[in-house]
Design a protein around this ligand. Structure first.
Ligand code: NAD
Ligand code: UDP
Length: 324
């Protein structure tokens, strides 16, 4: 089995590559290193059947593979809003190029979609049938609409060309190998707490999210890809729902930090609540997250303690292709 993982040097992609290699697959990791790092995959170089390719999914690519996991796309609001036109191109052109390859070589292909397709939901918690409440012209639209269009492309390639697709909608996932300067809430709060800096609480902190530990998520992705019955979409996430203020308090308790909370304005179109209904994943995949927030946060805190102790190497966070 040879698998291609686009976005394989990122947070989720690197864990996925690792699991695929552990179960004996050949893996090609394709990434343009916008938000990914070579360090995330350095330890995988010892695997004989691991290859890396620096490439941008906006440009076509061809490999003889059996399976494609399409993860390439910045996932953090600060990164996907840095060059929103590029984000749309990455989602849409990346989907077209990945699907074109799947069609050409007869590969099964999985799309890493997102709970953001539900936007700021009027239905709570969110089932897969919910069609969402996305502002098509807002600051998050480049990501939300890009991902919605990618889903459309997946189902059109499936209906029109018989491509064997799988679509998962991933809810907030966290864990080791998130970037310290990634801007997402779990990494922000942990890094701020460990540095003794104020925790930046956006809005009142009453908005909610459901946080899934990376190992659980990757298990769900693999089960989805392996099953023969359903293209999806299938929600993957941890149904435990927490306010952002609760998250901050838990992280302060785990780190033993005395950092204060510092209020900041709520970003535009920030969803007020989010919680997956995972009945479909349970029935189809026999999947349910196993790692509670407390346990997952502890191991993520340990990761960042070591990460922050490393010598600082400046990282380029500028989009490699700024011209839209
Ligand atoms: P990440 O930013 O760590 O990883 C994304 C990877 O894609 C990075 O390695 C980046 O360099 C690469 N990439 C970006 N643009 C590219 C391009 N044009 N060509 C090639 N590579 C490119 O984010 P992540 O959290 O690992 O997310 C992975 C995928 O899962 C994304 O598609 C994201 O939308 C989706 N997802 C993640 C979450 C989450 O909570 N982590 C939630 C929902 C969906
Ligand atoms: N958030 C926050 N402080 C931060 C970063 C994020 O309060 O330093 C909030 C943000 O406003 C949102 C939630 O935490 O309500 C989750 O944000 P994140 O960017 O991690 O994910 P997303 O909004 O895409 O779910």
């Amino acid at each position: 089995m040879r698998s291609l993982v686009t976005g394989g040097a990122g947070f989720l992609g690197s864990h996925l590559c690792e699991r695929l290699l552990q179960r004996g697959e050949e893996v090609i990791c394709l990434d343009n290193y916008f938000t990914g790092r070579k360090r995330n995959i350095e330890h995988l170089r010892d695997y004989r059947f691991f290859e890396t390719v620096r490439h941008d999914v906006v440009d076509p690519f061809k490999y003889e593979v059996d399976r494609i996991y399409n993860l390439a796309c910045p996932a953090s609001p600060i990164h996907y809003q840095h060059n929103p036109i590029k984000t749309v191109k990455t989602s849409v052109m990346g989907a077209i190029n990945s699907l074109g390859l799947a069609k050409r070589v007869g590969a099964r292909i999985l799309q890493a979609s997102t709970s953001e397709v539900y936007g700021d939901p009027e239905i709570h918690p969110q089932p897969e049938e919910y069609r969402g409440n996305v502002n098509p012209i807002g600051a998050r639209a480049c990501y939300d609409e890009g991902k919605r269009c990618a889903e459309t492309l997946f189902f059109d390639y499936h209906r029109q060309n018989g491509v064997d697709i799988r679509v998962v909608r991933i809810f907030n996932t966290y864990g080791p190998r998130m970037l310290a300067d990634d801007g997402r809430v779990v990494s922000n709060f942990i890094v701020q707490a460990l540095r003794g800096e104020p925790l930046t609480l956006f809005g009142e902190g009453t908005q909610t999210r459901s946080f899934c530990y990376v190992d659980d998520l990757v298990e769900g992705i693999l089960r989805m890809m392996d099953q023969e019955e359903e293209p999806g979409p299938v929600n993957l996430g941890n149904p435990g729902e927490f306010t952002i203020r609760e998250l901050a308090e838990r992280i302060l308790a785990i780190t033993g930090s005395a950092s204060p909370l510092e209020r900041r304005p709520l970003p535009e179109d920030d969803p007020l609540q989010r919680q997956p209904i995972i009945a479909r994943a349970e029935a189809l995949l026999g999947w349910r997250p196993q790692i509670a927030l407390e346990e997952g946060l502890r191991s993520t805190v340990e990761y960042f303690r070591e990460d922050l102790a490393r010598p600082v190497v400046p990282r380029r966070t500028i989009d490699p292709t700024p011209a839209a």
